[in-house]
Ligand binder design. Structure first.
Ligand code: NAD
Ligand code: DAU
Length: 343
C-alpha cells in the first residue's frame, strides 16, 4: 500500500491508528492525515512520527476539491474524522450534520470516482440502546441481548443519528455504485490522548485539578469499554482482510456502569469512594451498549489484548498525570462549558 489517507488522524482514535500503522506495517509507504484541527484535533498527537512517512494536511473533509485531489493518489481511505461528542451535539447539532454526513458523502463520492478502497469508522450508538441486564430475563445472558451487525438502526442523539446517516450512505454506495467499502461500529474507547470533555479523562483531570468528578444521573448507564490500541488492530484487519460490503462490530466484552468506572478511578487515585457530585442527566441518555464481536473474532481472528480494565485505566491515569502540558490549557474552558449546562 503506497498511500493511505487517514481522516481525523490528529484526533484520539485516528492518531492511535496512524501510530499503529507506522509501527507495525512498513508496507504502508506513506500516510496522509487529513484533519481540520478542530478543538478536538491536536498536532501533538502525531509527534515523533517520521516526516517522510506521515504528512498532515490541514483541511476539511467537506472540501470536495481538496478531497478529490488527495483521493486520486490514494490506495485506501480510513475515515475517522467526525464531530464525536454527544453532549456537544445536544447543544449545537449543526457541525455534526455538516462534518459527519456531508463529510462522508464527499469522501465516498471521491472514492467512487477513483475506485479507491474505503473503510468507514462508526459507533455502536447507531443501534440505540439496550435495557440494563438486571431488567432482562435471565439477566441478559441469552442470544440477541447484545448488538450484532444485524441489529436495527435506532439512534438517539444528534451525534449518533448523524453517524447512522453516514453508515447508510456508505451501504447505499456499496450497493448502487460498487464502492469497495467496509464499515466498523466500535464501542467506547479509552486510553491516552482522549479529549478531556469525555467521561474518563474528564474525571481523571478533574481530580488532578482539585475539582470533584461529575456523574450524570444515577450512574447506572452501561458502556462497553475497549482500549483504543485494540480498536486500531481491529481496523487494520478489517481494512486488509475484511469482506467488501460487510459491517464488523468491534468490542472487548468490557461492560461497566459509569458508577463502577468512576469508583475505580477514585480508588486508583487514592480518593474517597463518595468524592464526586451527581449532576443533571444527559437528555435522551442511552442506557446500555454491549457488543457481540463474534464475527470479527471468528472471521478475522481478532482478540483484544487489553483484557484487564483496571490495568489499562491505571496506565491511562498515569498518562494524564504525566502529560499536563497536553490538557491543562483547555481544562478551565471545558469545565466552564459544562458548568453553564448544569453538568
Ligand atoms: P475526536 O473528536 O477525538 O477526533 C476527531 C478528529 O476529527 C479531530 O482530529 C478533528 O480535528 C477531526 N475533524 C473534525 N471535523 C473535521 C472535518 N470537518 N474535517 C477534517 N477533520 C475533522 O474523535 P475520536 O473519539 O477519535 O473518534 C474518531 C472516530 O471514531 C469518529 O468517527 C467517532 O464517531 C468514532 N468512534 C469513536 C468512539 C469513541 O469511543 N471515542 C467509539 C466508536 C467510534
Ligand atoms: O459508544 C461509542 C461512543 O462512545 C462514541 O461513538 C462517541 O464518540 C464517544 O464519545 C462515546 O460516547 P459516550 O456518550 O458514551 O461517551 P462519553 O465519554 O461522553 O460518556 C460516557 C458515559 O459517561 C455516558 O453514559 C455519559 C457519562 N458521563 C459523561 C461525562 C462527560 C458522566 O456521567 N459524566 C460526565 O462528565
Amino acid at each position: 500500500m503506497n498511500n493511505l489517507i487517514v481522516t481525523g488522524g490528529a484526533g484520539f482514535i485516528g492518531s492511535n491508528f496512524v501510530h499503529y500503522v507506522v509501527k507495525h506495517h512498513s508496507e504502508v509507504k506513506h500516510i496522509t492525515v487529513l484533519d481540520k484541527l478542530t478543538y478536538a484535533g491536536n498536532r501533538a498527537n502525531l509527534a515523533g512520527l517520521p516526516k517522510d512517512r506521515v504528512e498532515l494536511v490541514v483541511g476539511d473533509v467537506c472540501d470536495a476539491p481538496l478531497v478529490d485531489k488527495l483521493v486520486q493518489n490514494a490506495d485506501a481511505v480510513v475515515h475517522y474524522a467526525a464531530e464525536s461528542h454527544n453532549d456537544n451535539s445536544l447543544l449545537d447539532p449543526s457541525p455534526f450534520i455538516q462534518t459527519n454526513i456531508i463529510g462522508t458523502y464527499t469522501l465516498i463520492q471521491a472514492c467512487r470516482k477513483y475506485d479507491v478502497r474505503y473503510h468507514h469508522i462508526s459507533t455502536d450508538e447507531v443501534y440505540g440502546d439496550l435495557p440494563l441486564r438486571e431488567d432482562l430475563p435471565g439477566h441478559g445472558e441469552g442470544k440477541g441481548e447484545k448488538f450484532t451487525p444485524e441489529s436495527r438502526y435506532n439512534p438517539s442523539s444528534p451525534y449518533s443519528s448523524s453517524k447512522a446517516s453516514s453508515d447508510l450512505l456508505v451501504r447505499a454506495w456499496v450497493r448502487s455504485f460498487g464502492l469497495r467499502a467496509t464499515i466498523s461500529n466500535c464501542s467506547n474507547n479509552y486510553g491516552p490522548y482522549q479529549h478531556i470533555e469525555k467521561f474518563i479523562p474528564r474525571q481523571v483531570t478533574n481530580i488532578l485539578s482539585g475539582i470533584r468528578p461529575k456523574l450524570y444521573g444515577n450512574g447506572k448507564n452501561v458502556r462497553d469499554w475497549i482500549h483504543t490500541n485494540d480498536h486500531s488492530r481491529a481496523v487494520w484487519l478489517i481494512l486488509t482482510q475484511g469482506e467488501i460490503g460487510e459491517t464488523y462490530l468491534i468490542g472487548a466484552d468490557g461492560e461497566k456502569n459509569n458508577k463502577e468506572v468512576l469508583e475505580a478511578i477514585l480508588k486508583l487515585m487514592d480518593q474517597p469512594a463518595d468524592a464526586y457530585d451527581q449532576v443533571k442527566d444527559r437528555p435522551g441518555h442511552d442506557m446500555r451498549y454491549a457488543i457481540d464481536s463474534t464475527k470479527l473474532r471468528q472471521e478475522l481472528g481478532w482478540e483484544p489484548e487489553f483484557t484487564d480494565f483496571e490495568k489499562g485505566l491505571r496506565h491511562t491515569i498515569d498518562w494524564y498525570r504525566e502529560h499536563e502540558d497536553w490538557w491543562k490549557a483547555e481544562k478551565a474552558e471545558v469545565e466552564a462549558k459544562y458548568a453553564k449546562n448544569g453538568q
